[in-house]
Design a binder for this molecule. Structure first.
Ligand code: GDP
Ligand code: IMO
Ligand code: MG
Length: 423
């Protein structure tokens, strides 16, 4: 039986997608990244070694599995080449295993410069400065460069020339923009292209035919639902669709092929970058979670903001993604708490609701209404079976399942591959 599973983050990213994709990969033949770019940082830990992937799907450590970078992504060729080199150096065989969509868009040096200039302003978003937003702007303004365009150097040269002219007019005071030279950009671009050309294929055709042959496909979301350009906390979002619907657009696989959608979330909440965060803990508890959870961005190293689990947001994310089952990660981080809060309602100017809102202005003044649950006060990092789990953790899980109406099928109890419990 063919099978397509989408795994998507239900919070503001960093839910542990990398770890779980790696863990689930042996059941699949192909893993596909469908949106975003090197803003993602997906961590995988095994044999006491930590790997952080930004563009290559997290199935790469599973022997023989194919990894596809889909049309919905924006690709920094330099970052891709670096990642390939690191993996090769680690002895990972990449031959005939990594494919890049001819329809993905290319991140150029000026996209990263624009991102950095915007981030130097007071009203910054707290982006990863990887050029993601500016590249998607070019995509939708139809002034971008697709991978397949690189086989037409003259066309590419004309587009970049035009773009540079517009940029130099828009950023009159930026020395960095004004020192950009088309020859340098083109030279770098085509030198890099030569190095990855052999990876480029028609991934829609490849995925469609693979599905028809009975291959099993795992779709790897980057970022998370609350960072979705439409359904997240706009403008404090990324510029793509991390939600399950984005998996179809970003790969060309039709919605009728998708069998299940696995939603992944942390037992608490984190956010990196600016934007509203209703359950944020700006106190010692927040600091404690930061330290215990080692909550530092895998891409930028920034400390992540930490807070309690927001069930209002989680239920909303389940509905948008059509989540059929969930995975709860970083459960071990809460091992030592006497009491644990979960947010069950929002209080907006005295009005209570259990419906998530995306209005950033209102979210800023929203107060969480908490239900306090008892902690389990037990080190679960060595537990491997459901029967070994403490009663209060089972109650925590049931509370979340009842609130969202979705079953949790795995919990993760540490960063390593073997630290998980099937529920
Ligand atoms: P992703 O972007 O969703 O792949 O997540 P990141 O890799 O950015 O962040 C998750 C972090 O938590 C990484 O450092 C993981 O190694 C780590 N991690 C994943 N699952 C667990 C877990 O269950 N417990 C603990 N303590 N760490 C975990
Ligand atoms: P993974 O896949 C967490 C955040 C940035 C910023 C906003 C916009 O590892 O979960 P961007 O560079 O995309 O324009 O930044 O989105 N962000 C992430 N936060 N995890 C990520 O990816 C993220 N990718 C982007 O911090 O707030
Ligand atoms: Mg991450």
């Amino acid at each position: 039986m063919s099978k397509i599973t989408v795994l998507t983050g239900l919070q503001w990213g960093d839910e542990g997608k990398g770890k779980m994709i790696d863990l689930l990969s042996p059941k699949y033949d192909i893993v596909v990244r469908y949106q975003g770019g090197a803003n993602a940082g997906h961590t995988i830990v095994f044999n006491n070694k930590k790997y952080i992937l930004h563009l290559i799907p997290s199935g790469i450590f599973t022997k023989n599995i194919k990894c596809v970078i889909g049309n919905g992504t924006v690709v920094d060729l330099e970052a891709l080449i670096d990642e390939i080199e690191i993996l090769k150096h680690e002895g990972i065989n990449l031959n005939n295993r990594v494919f890049l969509s001819k329809d993905a868009h290319i991140i150029l040096s000026y996209h990263k410069i624009i991102d950095s200039i915007n981030e130097s302003k007071e009203d910054k978003l707290g982006t990863t400065k990887r050029g993601i937003g500016p590249c998607y702007i070019d995509k939708y303004a139809r002034t971008g460069i697709k991978v397949q365009d690189l086989s037409h150097p003259e066309k590419v040269s004309k587009i970049i020339e035009k773009n540079l002219e517009v940029l130099k007019n828009s950023f009159r005071n930026s020395e960095e923009i004004h020192s950009l030279k088309i020859e340098v950009i083109l030279d770098k671009l085509f030198t890099n292209y030569e190095l990855i050309k052999h990876l480029v294929i028609d991934t829609q055709d490849y995925l469609y035919k693979s599905y028809k042959k009975g291959k099993r496909i795992l779709m790897e979301g980057a970022q998370g639902t609350l960072l979705d350009i439409d359904f997240g906390t706009y403008p404090f979002v990324t510029s793509s669709h991390p939600i399950s619907g984005g998996a179809c657009i970003g790969s060309g696989l039709p919605p009728t092929f998708v069998d299940d959608v696995v939603g992944i979330f942390k037992a608490y909440t984190t956010r990196v970058g600016e934007g509203p965060f209703v359950t944020e803990l700006i106190d010692e508890t927040g600091q404690y979670i930061l330290k215990k959870g080692n909550e530092y961005g895998a891409t930028t190293g920034r400390p992540r903001r930490c807070g309690w689990l927001d069930l209002v947001a989680l239920k909303y994310s389940c509905s948008i993604n059509g989540v059929t089952s969930m995975i709860m990660t970083k459960t071990d981080v809460l091992n030592d708490f006497d009491k644990i809060n979960v947010c069950i309602k929002y209080d907006i100017n005295g009005k209570k609701t259990d419906r998530f809102i995306t209005d950033s202005e209102l979210l800023k003044i929203t107060k969480p209404v908490y239900k306090q649950l008892n902690g389990w006060k037990y080190d679960i990092s060595k537990c491997s079976k459901k029967k070994d789990l403490p009663k209060n953790l089972i109650k925590y899980i049931s509370f979340i399942e009842n609130y969202t109406g979705v079953k949790i099928k795995f919990i993760s109890s540490g960063p390593s591959r073997e630290q998980f419990i099937k529920m």
